[in-house]
Design a protein around this ligand. Sequence first.
Ligand code: PLP
Length: 404
Amino acid sequence: MAAGGDPKDYKPATRLVGAGRKPEWTGPAVNPPVWRASTYLYEDCVAQEAGRHVNADGVFHYGARGGPTQWALAEALTALEPGAAGTMLYPTGLAAPVMALLSVLKTGDEVLVSDNSYDPTRSFAVHALKDYGIAARFFDPLDVEGFPALIGDKTRALLLESPGSLSMEVCDVPALAAAAKARGLAVLLDNTWAGPTGFQALAHGVDLSILALTKHVGGHSDLMLGSVTANAEYYPRLRKRSLLLGQQASPDDCALALRGLRTMDVRLERSSRSALKIAEWLGALPEVAQVLFPMLPGAPGHEVWKRDFTGGCGLFTFILKGRDAAARDRLIDALELFGIGYSWGGFESLVLAVHPERDRAVMPWPPAGCDPAGRHAVRLWIGLEDPDDLIADLDQAFAALKLA
Ligand SMILES: Cc1ncc(COP(=O)(O)O)c(C=O)c1O
């Protein structure tokens, strides 16, 4: 067995080791080498003419269609997602939802966008799609019953993000996807939080599964990359539109992402176990109004998470009780082991003041059921440090807050 056998027969951790390592991409090496190329040379004119008519991963044509390093990563991501026909790669995570939307929508269409979506995705939907005559309407993805009534004559697509990367709502993807598909909509999901090992998007009714590989696939805070994995119905148009718009990812970044993929299972396992310990500790503090972490028993979304997911990651949010924004900022500034930064998923812990209320059209903030005195939110990404050290750091930051 060269590289893990048929990926379908193994559990996710085993598939992460073998996926995309077929000999055509690796040669005799364990990992696919970095193939840097803008130009592939043809034997003769007949071969070059014949090459014009074949457009698929694995066929050398031109650098914009990628080479073995990109194909190996795309193939690995396809193998990790049961029901997938193929994967396209993009130079940032944001380009992935952008391209997924552009491949299923045309002028005159409407897309329903879940109101907890990542804010640059929202901005694209509102500002850029408008210029192409495509309308974006925000809705509350937790209102499953009310959803079918939102679908109008022009609605062509549904874009979900679950959990929402700031406010952590877990939506009922199978129910929303079934209602959307009954009316012929394309179903898109930003699945970055759980990834393909934690939530099998296509098996739950999604057509196009979006990942910011920048996060825990890369895992080391040193690359930008995105992907969309699609089923047989949508992959051809995703591929066509992506190539028409000149999308491709760098082979260097793809090689880093392949390396990250091999250890992703252990990193996610460690990060989410530590996050659970820290979330439980935070939940017992009098200063904390609510912990929003779907993996935590009793937290919002936990029951749906338990039903549909096989894993998660160490990204979660908590809401402070009865404190002003300045107190929240003092707490964050007092932390020593948590860097203040945006791009979660790396080996190092991060903290961020988040403002879901700035990017909402229909969903309430703070969320329903939360202590009305709580409002100011802090997002933590739990990295690979010892969780006891992270708790001690949070403890001293909360103590500093009491003294102030
Ligand atoms: C859920 C989600 N999707 C997409 C992105 C975009 O990824 P990138 O930063 O690689 O553009 C992010 C980035 O934070 C994200 O959190």
